[in-house]
Design a binder for this molecule. Structure first.
Ligand SMILES: Nc1ncnc2c1ncn2[C@@H]1O[C@H](COP(=O)(O)OP(=O)(O)OP(=O)(O)O)[C@@H](O)[C@H]1O
Ligand SMILES: [Mg+2]
Length: 435
C-alpha cells in the first residue's frame, strides 16, 4: 500500500518539525504547514490522507475551508504536549476508518453500476437521473416533493433520501393523508392532550413530535383537508407544534418530504392543494417515471423481485424463463412496480421449481393480453421492408376474416382487385404463408 501522507498543521515551526520526524519514523509521509494559506495549498495540491490539526482555537474556520475543498479528509486534532502513543493510535484509527469508508464507497458504486441504489433497482437512464437527484438532495434538510403515478416507488424514494441523509439514525415517520379520517388527522399530525376531544382518553404525540430530529413523509399530501393544510404551513414556518387542547408550543426539527400521485400544479388549480403549501414543500422535486417509461428496467426489476420474494416466502423460484420475461415485457403495467411485484409474488408462490414460466402468471390478465395480441396485432421488427410488412398484414387480416376477401379488402382500405393482384403475386413467389 502507498505510504499515507499526513498534513501537520502547526504554527510552531519547532514542534512542527519534531512531529514530522516522529511521523516519518512511524512510516507515514508527513507534510508540515505553518499557516492557513500553506495548509489550504497543501490540501489542494498534495491531497493528504489525514489532516493533523494542532492549530489554535480559531482554526475551526480553517477546518471548514478544508472541508469545502475536500469533504472526505479526516481531521484529527492534537493537543500539546503531544502524547506520542495516543497520537499514533488516533492516526491509525482515522486511517483505518478512511479505508473502510473508501471500501464502502467503492462497493456502493459497484452496486450502482449494476443498477442497485439502496433498495431501488433500475439501470435505465431515467432512473439513474433519480439516483443522482437523491444523492444531491439527501445531505441537506431541504423539503422534497416526490411525484409519480401510483406504485412507482415514491415511498421507497422517500425512505432512501432519509437513509442517505445525516438524519439516517433518527426516526423516519410516514403519515398517509388518504388513509386517515379527516376528524383524526389533526391529532395524528400534531398530537393531543387528554380529554381534548371525545375519545382522547390519553395524551398523545403527533407525527411531528415523533419525527423530531428525523424525517416526516406526508404521503398523498393532496388529500389533506384545506384547513389542515393551513395549520401545516404554520407549523413549517414556525418550526413548532401545539397539541390539540394545549397552548404550549413544542419546538420541532423535522425534515419534510411530501408525496403525491396527482399533478401538484393541477391540484392547486382544482383547489385541493394550497399553493403556498406547495411552494414550501416543493423546494426540490423528484418526478418518478412510470414503469412503462422505463421498460428497459423490467428484466432487472423482475429478476430482483423474484429473488426478494422467493426469499420472503421460502420458495425455490430463482429466475424467469425467457418467454415469461417476454410476457411481462408485453404488459403495459398501469399499476407500475407495485403491480409487477404483485404478479411476481403470486408466480413465486405457485411455482414449484426454480424457473418461473409464463403459465405461472395465469389467470392474471398478462396471459390474456398475450393471446389477444397474437390474434389481433402484428409485431414486425423495425427495419422490415415495407413490402414484407404489407404482405404479413394482408395474410393476418385474411386469417382474421376467415378468408373473406371482400371484408379483408375493406378492412385494409384497398380494392378487392388490388387484394387479388397482391395475392396472385405472393402465390407466384411462393409467399402465401403467414408468419
Ligand atoms: N425502483 C424500485 N426498485 C425496487 N422496488 C421498487 C422500486 N420502485 C418501487 N418498488 C416497489 O414497488 C412497491 C411500490 O412502491 P411504493 O410504495 O414506494 O410506491 P408509491 O409510489 O408510494 O405508490 P402509491 O402512490 O400507490 O402509494 C413497493 O413494494 C416497492 O418496494
Ligand atoms: Mg405511497
Amino acid at each position: 500500500m502507498l505510504t499515507p501522507s499526513v498534513l501537520i498543521f502547526d504554527q510552531d515551526a519547532h514542534s512542527g518539525s519534531s512531529l514530522r520526524e516522529l511521523l516519518a519514523t512511524w512510516g507515514y509521509h508527513p507534510i508540515v504547514a505553518g499557516d492557513i494559506p500553506a495548509a489550504l495549498k497543501a490540501v489542494d495540491e498534495l491531497k493528504p490522507a489525514l489532516f493533523l490539526d494542532g492549530g489554535s482555537a480559531d482554526d475551526s474556520a480553517l477546518v471548514r475551508q478544508i472541508r469545502e475543498q475536500n469533504v472526505d479528509l479526516s481531521v484529527v486534532p492534537f493537543e500539546k504536549p503531544v502524547d506520542p502513543f495516543k497520537l499514533r493510535v488516533q492516526i491509525d484509527r482515522a486511517l483505518e476508518l478512511n479505508l473502510a469508508k473508501q471500501e464502502n464507497e467503492r462497493l456502493r458504486r459497484e452496486l450502482q453500476d449494476r443498477g442497485i441504489f439502496g433498495e431501488l433497482v433500475g439501470n435505465s437512464e431515467s432512473i439513474r437521473k433519480i439516483y443522482t437527484m437523491i444523492e444531491q438532495v439527501a445531505p441537506s434538510s431541504a423539503s422534497v416533493l416526490i411525484t409519480g403515478e401510483s406504485g412507482t416507488g415514491k415511498e421507497l424514494v422517500a425512505r432512501t433520501i432519509h437513509k442517505m441523509s445525516p438524519r439516517r439514525d433518527r426516526p423516519f415517520v410516514a403519515i398517509n393523508c388518504s388513509a386517515i379520517p379527516e376528524s383524526l388527522m389533526e391529532s395524528e399530525l400534531f398530537g393531543h392532550e387528554k380529554g381534548s376531544f371525545t375519545g382522547a382518553a390519553s395524551r398523545r404525540q403527533g407525527c411531528f413530535e415523533l419525527a423530531d430530529t428525523g424525517t416526516l413523509l406526508l404521503d398523498e399530501i393532496g388529500e389533506m383537508p384545506a384547513l389542515l393544510q393551513a395549520k401545516l404551513l404554520r407549523v413549517i414556518e414556525e418550526r413548532a407544534v401545539r397539541r390539540l387542547g394545549s397552548r404550549k408550543e413544542i419546538e420541532v426539527d423535522v425534515r419534510l418530504l411530501a408525496a403525491t400521485n396527482r399533478h401538484p400544479q393541477q391540484a392547486v388549480t382544482e383547489g385541493t392543494l394550497r399553493s403556498d403549501l406547495l411552494y414550501r414543500l416543493n423546494v426540490f422535486s423528484i418526478h418518478l417515471p412510470s414503469l412503462g417509461e422505463r421498460k428497459d428496467d423490467l428484466p432487472l426489476l423482475a429478476q430482483h423481485l423474484v429473488k426478494q420474494l422467493a426469499e420472503k416466502h421460502g420458495r425455490p423460484a430463482r429466475f424467469l424463463s425467457p418467454s415469461a420475461l417476454q410476457a411481462l415485457q408485453f404488459h403495459a403495467w398501469p399499476g407500475n412496480v407495485r403491480e409487477l411485484r404483485n404478479v411476481i409474488e403470486r408466480a413465486v408462490i405457485i411455482c414449484s421449481g426454480e424457473q418461473i414460466e409464463r403459465h405461472h402468471f395465469a389467470p392474471y390478465p398478462i396471459e390474456q393480453r398475450e393471446r389477444l395480441r397474437s390474434e389481433d396485432t402484428l409485431t414486425v421488427p423495425v427495419g422490415t421492408p415495407l413490402e414484407e410488412v404489407e404482405r404479413q398484414m394482408i395474410m393476418r387480416t385474411l386469417q382474421k376474416t376467415k378468408n373473406n376477401k371482400t371484408r379483408a379488402a375493406e378492412l385494409l382500405g384497398i380494392s378487392l382487385k388490388t387484394l387479388h393482384n397482391k395475392l396472385n403475386l405472393y402465390r407466384e413467389r411462393g409467399l402465401m404463408h403467414e408468419e
